[in-house]
Design a protein around this ligand. Structure first.
Ligand code: THU
Length: 151
């Protein structure tokens, strides 16, 4: 990890302290680095209706988008527990939306001084569902062409 990445991991760890997680008591912090150099922080926000809980990674993405930034180079995720916590499937899909090269740094409660895993958003979602508009275009082309319907 370079110095910028270490700082991002440590920012995610500090952000964990803002977690609203009275149900799981599992605190997660995220720090998302925009191309502009701005860091957007997020944390998990739980709800009495458990399924409505939002993860730290998606909270950070929403914050960045609301602030007008859409290009990102890295995101650090830091959770309670000694081992790195890889993002859930929903967060992986949402991160991938902003590019397969986004670097995802996963840390445990010791931050940059403990074990840190790194993977790209593309690596975290093999065989991803991405550009549905390309499929729609194929579909429309087929509808007006000869390939449509039984032979
Ligand atoms: N959580 C995250 O914030 N990010 C993840 O990628 C995995 C799970 C949160 C959601 C919930 O508040 C708690 O961790 C336990 O699942």
């Amino acid at each position: 990890m370079n110095e910028e990445q270490r700082r991002l991991v440590d920012a995610a760890c500090r952000q964990r302290e803002r977690s609203y997680s009275p149900y799981s008591r599992f605190r997660v912090g995220a720090a998302l680095l925009g191309r502009s150099g701005t860091v957007y922080l997020g944390t998990n926000v739980e709800n009495a209706s458990f399924g409505l809980s939002i993860c730290a990674e998606r909270a950070a993405i929403c914050r960045a988008i609301a602030d007008g930034e859409r290009a990102f180079t890295a995101i650090a995720v830091c959770a309670d527990g000694g081992q790195p916590t890889p993002p859930c499937g929903a967060c992986r899909q949402v991160l991938l939306e902003f590019g397969p090269d986004l670097v995802v740094l996963m840390a445990g409660n010791r931050g940059a001084d403990g074990p840190v895993l790194a993977a790209t958003a593309g690596e975290l979602v093999p065989l991803a569902f991405t550009d549905f508009s390309a499929n729609l275009a194929d579909e429309r082309a087929g509808a007006s062409g000869e390939e449509q319907g039984p032979k």
